[in-house]
Ligand binder design. Structure first.
Ligand SMILES: *Cc1c(COP(=O)(O)O)cnc(C)c1O
Length: 390
């Protein structure tokens, strides 16, 4: 039994170990065991554990200014907002603390825009199996099947349609519809990409019906998919984007970004005590600078190709299913093998993997993982499938 574990609210099953430190692609527990980490805090540790540049930026900022309050400018907040805006098609940035909070902001912004510009239209079309967070409104926007009937009543105003289904989306649009909100790759659903055609059609629908397009890039943003933002893979022009997970490289920070025309909060309508605090924004600045350094994103795509090719080879060898995803957000269908059994066996072999679905493994390593660490993971995974088969 882990000491003091009974003081923790039991909201999930956790392995019987305590992690005490981290180093690049490795997480180290209280017994000094080193685990090769392909979860990285849930696609959060963009630069791996305790990256030197990131740690230096946090240390420096902690000694200078940790928090001044949301009613004042601070330098890292200004600089990170400018950097995000300069590298995207969005004009304004609002910082928050979690993906769910950024998405709440996106929902509020869309409703405000509907009040100002679309006769009070407020309904937002979202997608089956989509995931937008765990607050009441973002749970209501999400399409996780297990959540039906949970914490009722849900927040009204969300119409859910099947992902990649154009005619269902068209049928769902009426005069009360203000926005379409989606993940470009459904992460928690098991790394399910939107098709290029579907996104193209959403872009046309948005123009025809005067709707806002909201992309939830909490998981796909900050180069996770091999471009700085996932929307840049497609010929689409979202009005609103949310970021979270990888933005702070492990520090809790998220962001709501909007084009000028959609950025319609009046003074006092949006805020939050910790939002834009210099410690978190300095971390975001360090992460973004590293990701924007020449060659960094190119290397993500090279590593992605290696991982994709080798996973496909493994799938052929062990008669597994498809490999899907982009960049370093990849999934492997485990075929007849239970993904949870693979995850447990991997943990015993000091490898941390994630199974978002009963037959899906998800790979979300540090974006600066080394090629030999990928090979190491593949060797262990190969052994696990051989062992599970026998
Ligand atoms: C993780 C995630 C969220 C929620 O972020 P939190 O920081 O856990 O609130 C929202 N949307 C997507 C796509 C996510 O992957």
């Amino acid at each position: 039994m882990i000491a003091n574990a009974d003081a923790i609210m039991p909201i999930t099953h956790r392995p019987q170990t305590v992690f005490v430190s981290g180093e690049g692609s490795y997480l180290i527990d209280q017994d000094g065991e080193r685990y090769l980490d392909f979860i990285q805090g849930w696609a959060v540790n963009t630069l791996g554990h305790c990256n030197k540049q990131l740690v230096a930026a946090i240390r420096q900022q902690a000694g200078q200014l940790i928090h001044a309050g949301p009613g004042f400018y601070n330098q890292p907040m200004l600089d990170l907002a400018a950097l995000l805006s300069a590298n995207s098609l969005f004009d304004h940035v609002f910082f928050a603390n979690s993906g769910a909070e950024a998405n709440e902001g996106a929902i509020k912004l869309a409703r405000k825009w509907g009040q100002l510009h679309k006769d009070g239209a407020h309904k937002i079309i979202t997608f089956v199996d989509g995931f937008h967070g765990r607050t009441l409104a973002t749970m209501s926007a999400s399409g996780k099947t297990g959540w039906n009937g949970l914490f009722e009543p849900k927040t009204p105003g969300f119409v859910k349609v099947p992902y990649n289904d154009l005619s269902a989306t068209m049928d769902a649009i009426d005069s009360d519809t203000v926005a379409i909100m989606l993940e470009l790759i459904q992460g928690e659903a098991g790394v399910i990409p939107a098709t290029e055609q579907f996104l193209q059609n959403l872009q046309s629908l948005k123009q025809r019906h005067n709707l806002l397009l909201i992309v939830d890039e909490v998981q796909t943003g900050i180069a996770r998919t091999g471009k700085l933002f996932c929307y840049q893979h497609y010929d689409i022009e979202p009005d609103i984007m949310t970021l979270g997970k990888g933005l702070g490289g492990g520090m809790p920070i998220s962001a709501l970004l909007a084009k000028q025309a959609a950025s319609c909060f009046a003074s006092g309508e949006q805020g939050g005590t910790f939002n834009g605090n210099p410690l978190a924004t300095a971390a975001g600045q360090a992460v973004l600078s590293a990701v924007l350094a020449p060659g960094f994103i190119h290397e993500i795509n090279r590593l992605s190709q290696i991982l994709t090719t080798e996973l496909t080879r493994l799938a052929d060898k062990h008669q597994l299913g498809e490999v899907r995803g982009k960049g370093l957000l990849l999934a492997l269908n485990t075929g007849s093998y239970h993904a949870d059994a693979v995850v447990e066996e991997a943990m015993r072999n000091r490898l941390l993997l994630n199974a978002p679905r009963p037959h899906t493994l998800r790979f979300m390593p540090a974006l600066n993982i080394k090629a030999d660490e990928i090979q190491q993971m593949l060797t262990v995974l190969d052994q696990i499938f051989t062992h599970l088969r026998d």
